[in-house]
Design a protein around this ligand. Structure first.
Ligand code: PMP
Length: 441
């Protein structure tokens, strides 16, 4: 009997033994190609010597010191690199231990900002359906994943949800992609007017939607319009780049593709490439200054924040991304992987859409390609695909369940940025073999 409280209480999982590059090996000696980085985490692959060495060095000097007493060289250097990577207006990083913490920080920061500037009546967030921002109660409150929210609904903050930008499912026959993007962006304005803009703290979105909709990018002009509306009605724009940030889309920040700057942005998963747990909430100067020049104290914090060893791992990760040109590699290999997926699946009657940006890609599965009819949400397809892929030596990230009566199943791919052409071929081949087994023929 395992005494670990596993999330899926009755699922037997292989025990991991080691990892090297894009492969993981279990204690039975079975090898898996990591085509999803766990959950878009392992951007450098496994066992990267530069990160291991940085962690060892930090452990040899000072593994941990509480931020109430000391700052550390590794956290100062990490925050400086993040500020250098970010647009000029963003100069502060609040360092935490993961994605949900980074989003909780973003929410509380945004609320405290309005309190500091004398607008405490702002108490409401607007976010999007088919989104996920974390599993803690605050982050869950602003997420639109109905299934994850359901058991906790009575405990969650009241959040207004608008449509995501989901052209494959929603674009009308009489509108072009741009018009569609503008139409759904304008839902923010409609919602603001309904709620009263003076009561709203901010708007929250993933620039590329991850787990809930499968690498869903917005149409050109969508986020420009969102930024415009936030400015016009004076609300904060909070971006969740926990999954799509840190180079995964081929730019360090996914919002760079959109030519906008958020007021607050959360990053996590790829920040230390999985070598240590870490997240960060990056803050634009006006938000930081309101607190620094107001009460001078952000009323939030965690014991393990700015953890020196986690910061050392993140610092080494960012240095390696830069030295090895891996953000550009994510863009280049992403295109190659997308081409391979098109080659392999364009003729499949069950792959409705192949989408995403950089090495953040997804296949949307459909029961009928012409009508885009999803497979039944009661079908345990995601579980079957994950299991069969593992048996075939492939880690991929299938998700299922109908949300808002629309989306059915998708498979997310987010391999390490170090992948090369033979790995891309192996991913496409193993995925085809897996889908041939799991989907009807
Ligand atoms: N936001 C997004 C977009 C995510 O994908 C996730 C994790 N899947 C989170 C927040 C929460 O991060 P964590 O699991 O590290 O708490």
């Amino acid at each position: 009997m395992s005494h670990v409280f596993h999330r899926h209480c009755h699922q037997a999982l292989p025990t991991i033994a080691s990892g090297q590059g894009v492969y993981l090996t279990d204690t039975q000696g079975k090898r898996y190609l990591d085509a999803c980085g766990g959950a878009a985490v392992s951007c450098l692959g496994h066992n990267h010597p530069a990160v291991l060495e940085a962690i060892h060095r930090q452990l040899d000097s000072i593994p941990y010191a509480h931020t109430g007493f000391f700052t550390s060289e590794s956290s100062e250097a990490l925050a400086k690199i993040l500020a250098d990577l970010a647009p000029p207006l963003i100069n502060r990083a609040y360092l935490v231990s993961g994605g949900s913490e980074a989003m909780e920080t973003a929410l509380k920061l945004a609320r405290q900002y309005w309190v500091e500037v004398g607008q405490p009546q702002r108490q409401h967030f607007i976010a999007r359906r088919q989104s996920y921002h974390g599993n803690t109660l605050g982050a869950l409150s602003v997420g639109g994943n109905a299934w994850r929210r359901a058991p906790f609904a009575p405990l969650l903050m009241d959040t207004s949800l608008i449509a995501p930008c989901y052209a494959y499912r929603d674009q009308g026959p009489d509108e072009c992609a741009y018009q569609y993007g503008q139409r759904v962006a304008n839902e923010l304005e409609t919602m603001l007017l309904e709620k009263g803009p003076e009561t709203v703290i901010g708007f929250i979105a993933e620039p590329v939607v991850g787990a809930t909709a499968g690498a869903l990018t917005a149409e050109t002009g969508y986020f420009t319009r969102i930024r415009e509306i936030c400015d016009q009605y004076n609300i904060l724009l909070i971006l969740d780049e926990v999954m799509c940030g840190t180079g995964r889309t081929g730019r360090f920040f996914a919002f760079e593709h959109e030519h906008i700057v958020p007021d607050i942005v959360a990053i996590a998963k790829g920040l230390a490439a999985g070598y240590q747990p870490i997240g960060a909430t990056l803050v634009a100067d006006p938000v930081y200054n309101a607190i620094a020049n107001g009460s001078g104290f952000f009323q939030h914090g965690h014991t393990f924040m700015a953890h020196p060893t986690a910061c050392a791992a993140a610092l080494a990760t960012l240095t390696t991304l830069e030295q090895e040109g891996l953000v550009d590699a994510a863009e280049k290999q992403g295109k190659a992987l997308k081409t391979a997926l098109h080659h392999q699946f364009d003729s499949s009657p069950f792959v409705g859409d192949i989408r995403g940006r950089g090495l953040f890609l997804a296949l949307e599965l459909v029961a009928d390609k012409a009508s885009k009819q999803p497979f039944s949400s009661t079908l345990p397809l995601a579980k079957q695909i994950k299991q069969t892929a593992l048996e075939n030596g492939l880690m991929c990230y299938p998700m299922g369940g109908t949300i808002d009566g629309k989306q059915g199943h998708h498979i997310l791919l987010a391999p390490p940025y170090i992948i090369k052409s033979p790995h891309i071929d192996e991913i496409a081949d193993k995925l085809r073999i897996t889908l041939d087994t799991c989907l009807p023929h």
